[in-house]
Write a protein that binds this ligand. Structure first.
Ligand code: 5AD
Ligand code: SF4
Length: 466
């Protein structure tokens, strides 16, 4: 499915922003957007914040100071759901002392029927609920809530539309995410994403490049191209374009100094992409490549379409062709039917690939996914295996982290080191954090830093003056 760009809709929403501003302006009202989950949600939150800012709301930094709180939710694992319900409990107290405060909910969790029922039953003080497909309608929905005074719930099952050109407020002035596609068609058997984010739709490359150019005009030097499976970018578009081609084009924008992307599905990562990264210094030396499991049997049940050996082969090819590349991953422990032997296979892949970092998750059954109706493992069994995997990941990635000690490398300065304001914090192309002496230009600047010492997973360094 391709995403149809809808200019008329974008104009309508801008009109609603103006209408809300008429009622909000001059009142000193404040907003807070709280984001759970992934980079996609971070990006969506920038759009919500952008709309609120244009409506005349100012940013609040604590929930209790806000006149409207928007929770952008995640439902990929059960603990994200629990965190939202925890926050909603606290909101009840705010609402009793501050009657006009508005609570809005959006994001992946809202696409699940049982969640909407539960909120209807147990959290009647929520004012506005919308989903992942109609996020661009936020200005209109908020206007309707403000003018009617009654709760608004608007959830769509699916959409083909992509509405461009709405305001956005970047969390960092010098880096931003850019969606290149929405949704996912892979249906990994444990994953809720295809159900809550819908079918895969790629954005027009011209729109993506225009957004990147505009970001560069605003002073952005690092962009991250976002999609659930960026390697299948371009399917269904009129223009024939691969992800590797798009990446090359974005990296060719002069003022953009670094391009990242997230996430790659191993089954679709092409030799062309590896070549493009190897040939282009501006593309980050970092590939996030979710393994999920190293056992062929479990990978088959997960519907991942590769074997442990194929994954290892791919990762080692990437390492051979892109010197200094960092490979990070996601791993699930406790998928239904997983035995100690399967976990041994996962550990074997971690040892061979030597991940520079990996998120290790306990499998969490999601209602409506195929794996949720399989027989589940006991908590104790999973915990033991989880500890084994986590231990391996930590050991391997700590060894990997130290490999650049003593080298002089480029760091993108992000801001002051929170623990020591006399120093700056930034990131290597590999995504590793570096704390370094505060000399030279500040946030947004690319500086050469000598990596004096690796302290676990980050470096302490000094700005390099030749
Ligand atoms: N349980 C545990 N982890 C999951 N992930 C996705 N769905 C689940 C689930 N049901 C993990 C995968 C994915 C990452 C974003 O979240 O590892 O790559
Ligand atoms: Fe979920 Fe698999 Fe799609 Fe990733 S590729 S979002 S794990 S279904």
């Amino acid at each position: 499915m391709t995403g149809k760009n809808n200019e008329a809709e974008s104009k309508r929403q801008r009109d609603y922003i103006d209408k809300v501003r008429e009622t909000v302006e001059g009142k000193g009202l404040k907003y807070l957007v709280v984001t759970f989950g992934c980079q996609m949600n971070e990006r969506d939150s920038e759009k919500i914040a952008g709309a609120l800012r244009e409506m005349g709301y100012e940013q609040a930094f604590r929930e209790e100071d806000a006149d409207i709180i928007v929770y952008n939710t995640c439902t990929v694992r059960d603990n994200a759901d629990k965190r939202l319900y925890g926050r909603l409990g606290v909101c009840k107290a705010y609402k009793t002392s501050k009657k006009d405060m508005l609570i809005a909910l959006c994001g992946c969790m809202m696409q699940e029927e049982q969640v909407i029922e539960k909120i209807g039953r147990s959290y009647p003080y929520v004012d506005l609920i919308f989903g992942t497909h109609n996020i661009y309608k936020f200005p209109e929905l908020l206007y309707r809530r403000l003018s009617s005074g009654s709760r608004i719930i608007d959830i769509w099952k699916e959409t083909g539309d992509i509405v461009e050109d709405l305001p956005t407020l970047r969390k960092y002035p010098f880096k931003t995410g850019i969606n290149i596609m929405y949704g996912c068609d892979n249906f990994c058997s444990y994953c809720i994403v295809p159900y809550v984010r819908g079918r895969e739709r790629s954005r027009d490359p011209k729109e993506i490049l225009r957004e990147a150019e505009r970001a560069a005009d605003d002073g952005v030097v690092e962009v991250m191209l976002l999609g659930q499976n960026v390697n299948s970018y371009g399917k269904g578009l009129d223009t024939k374009v691969t992800f590797a081609e798009l990446l090359k084009e974005v990296a060719s924008i002069d003022r953009i100094r670094r391009v990242r992307f997230m996430t790659s599905h191993p089954k679709d990562l092409s030799p062309e992409l590896i070549r493009v990264i190897a040939d282009n210094e501006k593309i980050a030396r970092h590939i996030h490549l979710p393994l999920q499991s190293g056992s062929d049997r479990i990978l088959k049940d997960m519907n991942r379409h590769y074997t442990g050996e194929q994954f290892t082969g791919l990762a080692l090819r990437i390492r051979a062709e892109i010197p200094d590349v960092a490979i990070t991953s996601d791993i699930i422990v406790g998928f239904p039917g997983e035995t100690e032997k399967d976990v041994d296979d996962t550990i074997a892949v971690i040892e061979k690939v030597r991940f520079d970092g990996a998120f290790t998750f306990e499998y969490s059954p999601r209602t409506g996914t195929p794996a949720a109706s399989m027989e589940q493992l006991s908590k104790e069994y999973v915990q033991k295996n989880f500890d084994r995997v986590l231990g391996t990941v930590q050991r391997v990635s700590k060894e990997q982290a130290a490999r650049f000690e003593g080298r002089i490398m480029e760091v993108l300065t992000e801001g002051e080191d929170e623990k020591d304001p006399s120093r700056y914090t930034g990131r290597l192309s590999q995504n590793t954090v570096v704390h370094f002496t505060k000399s030279g230009p500040g946030p947004g600047a690319m500086v050469k830093v000598k990596l004096d010492e690796c302290a676990g997973f980050y470096y302490n360094g000094t700005v390099w003056v030749p």
